[in-house]
Design a protein around this ligand. Structure first.
Ligand code: XMP
Length: 518
């Protein structure tokens, strides 16, 4: 296993995903990790990641000295390379010119890290060139003792360095981004050959391992899970069902703000097909009554969130002797929450799965996905036999249609929106566009617009369609859906839903717009 030390770069998670993709387990920890925690983790190698600060400042972060004394290989990336150079006696210099983007590095020495890797050959000297992604201001200007130059560029003579005797490597470029064409092979060389890790982190092993851990934690006791039908809680349900069978009870809250047939689908899938014990709490009236008259987006969110906890609590207290609460917390939630505590991360976000539980819940947590990235959760979902459509569905916000009905939520509006949304999704699937978009849905606008249908004038509501492409949901581009597809969807919605007279397509990107309309 590999220990990745984080210095605050946005790319750190990407490094971890790349290592896991190779089939090797790794974890991200803050750069100021205790030596005892390093010992407990017992890494086969370290990766020092990038960061926004400058090692030329005296109070900027450093790697624990232990990293360089453990006798295992170390790979420093960008800031990680600079701090390695500085801590081992080399020199780093700030530079007013920030190098950002594509670059070509020339390999200056043979290296186990770049063995048999080439993108181009420089015909003038026969040396190997690699296409890489750079993003840095500072650079190493003097090697530490025992190091040699591994690669250079015209503007950065020490673009990579190595001390093969100790298996210490530093690269100024970013192997974790796909623009570095051979980045993944560089990581493979590092973790498999140099650190000697085996590629055992496979979906089947992850499932087996998780099942063992859950059984050891839970024993004969009972576990409760809030099942939303989303990917994470669905995978937890399937996993726990396999691990502890009838000791698991799920509560599915139908809040009246779900998509068309969603409640029935969840019940069919888990209760009927898999034999999971699922209690369906029909709370549509309760939610809609609480929401009546409220048009403010933030207040609506709060009402829905609080109601959800109330209903869940009511169902939970009806059950006897439940000792554990299971949650679909995944690794990015854990990293983000941890990072926001140390104050070193530049993304600060509190996640409702971590630390937001009511204090009076006398249950221990079972979080079997706590160490997994979303793509790993999906892969083990398939491994557990969940259908592809469920595992690769678009994300759906907790407040559901509540944030897609602008202003006050009414049952009538929710019913119209459900129909329109179902038509949009059906046509996206039919045209093979669903999986090319990251998220797509309909939005209900409570304004009336004039139209003619047949010979009759129609004065009815407006539906907006939203489809975006994004990697991380922090930024997004509106999806360039084919006009023919939009035409079909629009025609169907207006023809099939008599309360709609007009359909609009949202062509706003994020930022400045958000993905949801509220
Ligand atoms: P925005 O609208 O902020 O959405 O661009 C980014 C992503 O987050 C989802 N989203 C939510 N998910 N509770 C959730 O569980 C919420 O209150 C919430 N608001 C937005 C949104 O669907 C998109 O995927």
């Amino acid at each position: 296993r590999i220990l990745i030390l984080d210095f605050g770069s946005q790319y750190t998670q990407l490094i971890a995903r790349r290592i896991r993709e190779i089939g090797v387990y790794c974890e991200i920890r803050a750069f100021d990790i205790d030596e005892a925690d390093i010992d407990a983790f017992s890494p086969s190698g370290f990766i020092l990641a990038g960061g926004p600060e400058s090692v030329t400042e005296t109070d900027s972060p450093r790697a624990p000295q232990k990293v360089f004394e453990s006798g295992v290989p170390v790979l420093g990336i960008c800031y990680g390379m600079q701090t390695m150079a500085e801590q081992m006696g080399g020199k780093v210099e700030g530079s007013p010119v920030h190098e950002f983007g594509y670059a070509q590095i020339k390999l200056e020495a043979a290296s186990a890290l770049t063995l048999d890797i080439a993108d181009h050959i420089d015909t003038s000297d026969g040396k190997t060139l690699l296409d890489v992604w750079m993003s840095h201001g500072d650079k190493v200007i003097q090697l530490p003792e025992g190091f040699e130059i591994l690669a250079s560029t015209p503007s950065c003579p020490i673009a990579a360095m190595q001390c093969e005797a100790k298996k210490f490597y530093g690269v100024q470029f970013h192997p974790e981004v796909t623009h570095t064409l051979q980045g993944q092979r560089i990581f493979e060389h590092f973790v498999l050959k140099l650190c000697g890790c085996d590629a055992l982190w496979t979906p089947a092993n992850i499932v087996e391992d998780a099942i063992e851990k859950v059984r050891a934690q839970v024993g004969e006791q009972k576990v409760l899970l809030g099942l939303s039908g989303g990917v994470d809680s669905s995978v937890v349900a399937a996993l726990l069902h396999k691990a502890i069978g009838a000791q698991l009870t799920c509560v599915f809250v139908d809040n009246g703000l779900l998509r068309k047939n969603e409640g029935d689908q969840v019940m069919d899938m888990f209760a009927k097909n898999m034999g999971v014990k699922v209690i369906r709490a029909d709370a549509e009236d309760a939610f809609l009554n609480k929401l009546a008259g409220e048009a403010d987006p933030e207040k609506k969110r709060k009402i829905i969130g609080n109601m959800f906890i109330d209903i869940f609590d009511q169902e939970a207290t009806k059950l006897k002797d439940v000792n554990f609460l299971a949650q679909g917390t995944i690794y990015p939630d854990v990293i983000e929450s941890a990072a926001s505590k140390t104050g070193k991360a530049h993304v600060i976000k509190s996640h409702h799965n971590v630390g937001g539980l009511p204090d009076d819940m006398a249950m221990d947590l079972v979080e079997p996905l706590r160490e997994l990235f979303k793509d790993e959760v999906r892969r083990i979902g398939l491994e557990l036999g969940l259908p592809y459509d469920m595992v690769y569905r678009h994300p759906f916000p907790g407040p559901g249609l509540g944030v897609r009905i602008l202003g006050e939520v009414k049952r009538e509006y929710a019913d119209i929106l459900r129909e329109a949304d179902a038509i949009f999704l059906e046509e996206l699937h039919r045209a093979d566009w669903y999986h090319k978009t990251s998220q797509a849905f309909a939005v209900f606008l409570p304004v009336k617009s004039v139209g003619v249908v047949g010979d009759a004038r129609r004065y009815e509501y407006v539906i907006a369609l939203r489809a975006v492409e994004t990697i991380d949901f922090m930024t997004a581009r509106w999806a360039h859906l084919p006009y023919e597809l939009l035409e079909t969807v629009s025609n169907r919605i207006i023809n099939e839903i008599k309360q709609v007279s007009r359909v609009a397509y949202d062509v706003s990107s994020k930022p400045p717009a958000t993905i949801e309309w509220e």
